[in-house]
Design a protein around this ligand. Structure first.
Ligand SMILES: C[S@@+](CC[C@H](N)C(=O)[O-])C[C@H]1O[C@@H](n2cnc3c(N)ncnc32)[C@H](O)[C@@H]1O
Length: 277
């Protein structure tokens, strides 16, 4: 693949050839050696989005999981949300991600948790998903769309892989009323990697693809509160924590996330939509 291949910058941003070893070492240092591993034990490191596990729980309450449902986690990262869903609900979860490193880490951690019969990971691009039409009952996504410029294509793909009447739940970062961002942020080292929309623009695009809104929650204030709590704790970067996926400059990325939120440059929302057409 050439350096200017579609998605190359995003793949580089999320490249993590030593991440599995780092996570296994952190588990060992914490004395966590149970088999199968409880997926919740990994939550400090494998919920790669603002507000961590609390956000996954909140999105799950918007989603609803019918027994036996086929769930797609779009941009699954290292699989924390997918494992959390499968631990609590009798569903099967497919995680799709552009980063091969992340897919490999996700699969290994999932096997360690004994969930590999119901949770699988596939390397691929959300803009051209390697799934047949109408494959899923629910598409779930957290903090992925901000890396994707071609939103009409993204939402066309979400509509294509969803069964009619299926649901799409999202927890995303949006552009705020104030232009311009401070970089780096967790999803982008530079402006060319960041593609945020205003909420109404995204709702209009989803409407055009046949989605009807079922719920919308502004998570900006709770996220600011969470970031203030993290800054107050000043945790050293040892053991299981967000530094493992975010890298050595994680403090700068989190500080910029907070500053962008506080200055009205970004907002964070959750939404639930139903595919009507
Ligand atoms: C901030 S991480 C969030 C991971 C996961 N959703 C979570 O909350 O733990 C963003 C993820 O989106 C993935 N991603 C970005 N663009 C993508 C694309 N076009 N197709 C598939 N995955 C993509 C990245 O590889 C990365 O794993």
């Amino acid at each position: 693949m050439t350096d200017d291949a579609p998605g190359a910058a995003i793949r580089r941003h999320y490249a993590a050839p030593h991440l599995l070893d780092a996570i296994l070492a952190a588990l060992g240092e914490a004395g966590i050696d149970e088999t199968p591993l409880d997926p919740d034990r990994l939550a400090p490191a494998d919920q790669f989005h603002s507000r961590g596990l609390a956000a996954t729980e909140a999105l799950a309450s918007l989603a609803g999981f019918a027994p036996g449902a086929a769930v797609l986690d779009l941009g699954a990262g290292i699989g924390g949300p997918a494992r959390w869903i499968a631990k609590r609900h009798p569903v099967s979860v497919t995680g799709l991600d552009l980063s091969l490193d992340y897919c490999r880490v996700a699969a290994r951690l999932t096997a360690r948790c004994g969930l590999e019969d119901r949770v699988r990971f596939v390397e691929g691009d959300a803009l051209a998903m390697p799934f047949a039409d109408a494959s899923f009952d629910l598409v779930w996504t957290q903090h992925v769309a901000g890396n994707i410029a071609n939103r009409p294509q993204l939402y066309a793909e979400v509509a294509r892989v969803l069964k009619p009447g299926g649901r799409f739940v999202l927890h995303d970062i949006f552009a705020g009323p104030v232009a311009g961002l401070h970089f780096p942020v967790p999803w982008a080292t530079a402006p060319a990697m960041s593609h945020l929309l205003r909420p109404n623009r995204m709702k209009t695009l989803l409407g055009a693809k046949g989605f009807e809104a079922a719920a919308w929650l502004d998570m900006t204030a709770p996220t600011l509160g969470w970031l203030d709590g993290l800054a107050g704790r000043r945790t050293a970067p040892v053991g299981l924590g967000p530094w493992l996926v975010m890298g050595a400059d994680y403090r700068t990325k989190l500080a910029n996330l907070r500053r962008n939120l506080a200055e009205g440059r970004i907002e964070i929302h959750m939404g639930a939509f139903r595919r009507t057409a």
